[in-house]
Design a protein around this ligand. Structure first.
Ligand SMILES: [Cu+2]
Length: 394
């Protein structure tokens, strides 16, 4: 199936890059503020995936599968697919033609809210469930996640030939808890050619150039040293790095790279960065930025992103002074501290016709008073959860 789309998704990215510039590395930052965390009790704890008991893994998988097979009254797609549709819909509802949730300051708060809502939906099935995180620096984490008793397995049945490097196998996830998932082909999109990735979960694990795993601990240490929120976001999302001379340079690392480790892409040049600029075909579900929540590993990846932000916040970057406020037009609407973020924006965002009507009709209708701004989600403990790495502060 080909998505009939007059404007390419690449056009949307071009907008993003024209309109938003990171501040310079020497921008002054506020004095550090540490959280007063003793106020919170009974927080749900998100754990490292490698430390889950078999019972905890089974509970998480059971809750995911239940959402995948449960339909709200009047909806043609399951509750899980509705979550996916919101991520796909980001491309459509961009205030001021900006995709707020990627390569933008709202990336972290938007995904914090998104993850929380998925977690709350899982907890309606099983209140003990929290979203575990994938620590990218842990060599064994990937194997644990891809085992059949958890979110396994690797894809099978399609050989990717990389001249001069070798042949690699990926393809359909044929065994494990997600083997029977049927994906909605309109929500499962290869973004470069705007074709459908079909109805089956696709993985291409550790195929070059996304074969460098684990991610070095030093990368996380360097990230944590940055005090400016906007630069911290760019480094953590992984569209930017700091090079040896201390300059900000385009890259494809950390969170973005983790998407590639599971999803894979064909690239023009294996060793030239950023990979994003010369990806010529996205192979698997997880590396399609729009459709990636269809692969449940998405939630573990974003739990890790959110954990690293939470740790950074605890490390003296607590509160609203560490988030851009009233910086429009430099920081586009939808990204400032008190800007509502689509789809939790009281239905005010404009449509941009990047995505066919067929997808629009799948989006869940949200209440006009269901409004969330970055300010609403800065304090993660107030949202009712913490991480096993931020526990000592509670
Ligand atoms: Cu992501």
């Amino acid at each position: 199936m080909i998505l009939a789309c007059s404007l390419g998704l690449q056009v949307a990215y071009a907008h993003v890059e024209e309109r938003y510039q990171l501040p310079s590395l020497d921008t002054p930052v506020s004095v550090r503020v540490y959280p007063e965390v003793s106020l919170y009790t009974n927080l749900r704890v998100r754990k490292n995936a490698v430390n889950l008991t078999s019972k905890e893994k089974a509970a998480f998988v059971h809750a995911l599968n239940t959402l995948k097979n449960t339909y709200r009254k009047g909806s043609s797609i399951s509750i899980y697919d509705e979550f996916v549709s919101l991520h796909v819909g980001l491309m459509e509802f961009m205030s001021a033609k900006i995709n707020i949730a990627h390569a933008m300051p709202a990336f972290l708060p938007w995904h914090r809210e998104y993850l929380l809502r998925l977690e709350q939906a899982l907890q309606t099935i099983d209140p003990s469930v929290t979203v575990p995180y994938w620590d990218w620096t842990d060599a064994k984490a990937l194997d644990v996640i891809l085992r059949e008793d958890f979110l396994g397995s690797k894809g099978q049945g399609i050989i990717v030939k990389i001249p001069g490097v070798g042949n690699f196998e990926g393809g359909f996830v044929q065994t494990g808890a997600m083997a029977n998932w049927v994906l909605n082909e309109n929500l499962h999109i290869e973004p470069i050619h705007q074709s459908s990735l079909g109805t089956h979960l696709l993985r291409f694990v550790k195929i070059p150039p996304f074969d460098r795993y684990p991610i070095p601990q030093e990368k996380i240490a360097a990230l944590k040293k940055v005090d400016n929120y906007e630069i911290f976001r760019a480094l953590l999302e992984g569209d930017t790095s700091i090079d040896k001379s201390g300059n900000l340079v385009p890259d494809w690392t950390l969170h973005n790279y983790a998407h590639g480790i599971i999803g894979g892409a064909k690239v023009k040049y294996l060793n030239i960065l950023p990979f994003r600029d010369h990806q010529i075909q996205i192979l698997g579900t997880m590396n399609s930025i729009l459709s990636s929540p269809y692969d449940p590993i998405f939630w573990l990846n974003h739990s890790n992103v959110d954990r690293l932000w939470a740790e950074w916040q605890d490390d003296g970057h607590t509160g609203a002074n560490f988030y851009p406020k009233n910086q429009a037009p430099r920081v586009p609407l939808g990204n400032n501290l008190n800007d509502p973020m689509w789809p939790w924006d009281g239905n005010v965002s404009r449509q941009n016709n990047f995505i066919p009507q067929g997808i629009l009709s799948l989006l869940p209708k949200l209440a006009a008073d269901d409004v969330v701004t970055p300010a609403d989600v800065l304090d993660f403990r107030q949202l009712g959860y913490t991480y096993d790495t931020t526990l000592h502060k509670n």
